[in-house]
Ligand binder design. Structure first.
Ligand code: NDP
Length: 485
């Protein structure tokens, strides 16, 4: 079994405490590897290394060179894809085809920002004076990046690639449950041209992340995870007035009008919430169905959900793997019990039985129906394969229910009437709105939430902007004195 180390200043380092913790395979409940339990001393060393790298040359590396490094990382990612996809599945539980898909997106993300690195530029402003006024963009400095466990390497790439593109240095902490693919990928950083200290990788628990947020020499925190931790981070970051960007998940509505393509609707509703075991920040966990098709669609979804094959993600016929950890298993099964009290069960509601499912953290794909939008299962993020089906009569009611949530990450609307779709698009309070689809995500397009789903945007030029700051430069072109005194 492999024992990993942290990557600090280009060297592989044990934690100052010498402590390690186990990383599990959620399909088998077996220990996969051991990783360092980093504390504030390790965080401080990593931040100092990142600061030295930033001031010691990285800030002056050209966009062309940063772009080339990102393209090399992308190329290397594609080469390592089969090996890393298998590791991603063994560590996170997700089906292998999904890991392959994710890691392909990782490569695409590095490619995109590799191209963007030469296209970041400032502006010359039209001021009413004989002066050259400019707004130039500069890297923020040292970024702290805190990663969740649902898309381990992909969420890391969404933060690493724009930060490298912008010219920042960084300390990144993967989730305690799923650090392995990032640690493996970090082995090639130097070979791809990343100078020592530009990217530092620390494993650990919430305390490690907290030390990073509290550190006085970190300029920015980028976080993806739960609303609860997002709030803690914002409060702590206020002490040192760090910039923060937060992606905090949601309770996204997936809305089906009676005139939607029926087969596509059934498929889209299941895909929206069962992909990646439902461990998706933008999961369409509230399925709103117009009354004329309510019964028919519910029956069809239930029948199809029964055919979803659970198993070890390494088996290519598996459509749903285990959830990521014992804690997550307990959390999801707790919500299943709450759901049984609050609504009716269409399918699932417990743990599956069957060969190969005995040890892993498997839960049944679950559909609750006749759910009241005020029920706990319609309000709280479950982050597991649990769908809450809610009926509605008309557009106004659909909108009212859809927007009645503290979250605002994503929403989807399904109908053949484009005018109705566009009316809905304008009124839905969500940072991402899909029409006749749910979940497609592109590195070119912004990702982030309205309301309590977060602050800031990832991906596209917006993602790089989060790692830049604007400096105003005024160059007086008059040679005379100001003449005021
Ligand atoms: P967390 O929000 O606790 O974890 C996300 C990341 O934050 C992890 O790297 C975690 O470290 C780190 N972290 C935890 N506490 C702190 C802290 N005080 N300061 C800084 N960093 C911290 O999510 P959980 O893993 O506990 O999952 C719980 C729920 O969160 C899920 O059921 C889901 O509802 C939601 N979630 C949402 C995600 C999204 O994409 N929006 C992603 C993951 C979870 P460590 O893992 O080492 O404790």
């Amino acid at each position: 079994m492999e024992t990993y180390r942290n990557l600090i200043d280009g060297e592989w380092a044990v934690a100052d405490s010498g402590k390690l913790f186990d990383v599990m395979n959620p399909a088998t409940d077996e220990v996969l590897a051991r990783v360092p339990e980093s504390g504030p001393v390790d965080v401080d060393r990593a931040v100092k290394a990142a600061r030295r790298a930033f001031e010691g040359g990285w800030r002056d590396v050209t966009g062309q060179e940063r772009g080339r490094i990102l393209l090399r990382l992308a190329e290397r990612m594609r080469r390592e894809l089969p090996r890393l996809a298998e590791l991603e599945t063994r560590n996170s539980g997700k089906p292998l085809v999904e890991s392959e898909f994710d890691l392909n997106d990782v490569a695409t993300c590095f490619e995109y920002y590799g191209g963007l690195a030469t296209k970041l530029h400032g502006e010359v402003l039209n001021v009413p004076d004989n002066a050259l006024s400019m707004a130039i963009r500069e890297p923020l400095g040292v970024a702290g990046q805190i990663i969740p466990w649902n898309y381990p390497l992909l969420m890391a790439a969404w933060k690493l690639a724009p930060a490298i593109c912008a010219g920042c240095t960084m300390v990144i902490k993967p989730a305690e449950q799923t650090p392995l693919t990032l640690l493996e990928f970090a082995r090639v950083f130097e070979e791809c041209g990343l100078p020592k200290g530009v990217v530092n990788v620390l494993t650990g628990f919430g305390e490690t992340g907290a030390a990073l947020v509290a550190h006085g020499d970190v300029d920015k925190i980028a976080f993806t995870g739960s609303l609860e931790v997002g709030k803690i981070i914002m409060k702590s970051a206020a002490e040192t007035l760090k910039k923060v960007s937060l992606e905090l998940g949601g309770k996204s509505p997936n809305i089906f009008f009676a005139d939607a393509d029926f087969e596509a609707a059934v498929d889209g509703a299941l895909f929206g919430v069962f992909i990646n075991q439902g461990e998706v920040c933008s999961a369409g966990s509230r399925v709103l169905v117009q009354r004329p098709i309510y019964k028919k669609m519910l029956d069809a979804m239930v029948e199809k959900a029964k055919t979803i094959k659970l198993g070890d993600g390494l088996d290519r016929s598996t459509k749903m793997g285990p959830v990521v950890s014992k804690e997550q298993l307990e959390r999801v099964t707790r919500y299943q019990e709450v759901g049984k009290r609050e609504a009716k069960v269409g399918v699932g509601g417990g743990r599956p039985k069957g060969a190969g499912l005995e040890k892993g953290y498997f839960v049944e794909p679950t559909i609750f129906y006749d759910v009241d939008n005020h029920a706990t299962i319609a309000r709280e993020e479950i982050f597991g394969p649990v769908m809450a089906v809610i009926p509605f009569d008309d557009e106004a009611e659909a909108l009212q229910i859809a927007n009645d949530t503290p979250y605002g990450l994503a929403a989807a609307v399904w109908s053949r009437d484009i005018f109705k779709c566009l009316r809905m698009v304008r009124r839905l309070q969500a940072g991402i709105v899909w029409v006749n689809h749910m979940q497609p995500t592109y590195v070119e397009a912004p990702w982030g939430g309205y309301k309590m789903s977060g602050i800031g945007r990832e991906l596209g030029p917006w993602g790089a902007e989060e790692y830049l700051q604007v400096k105003q430069v005024h160059i007086n072109l008059n040679e005379q004195p100001i003449g005021w005194y």
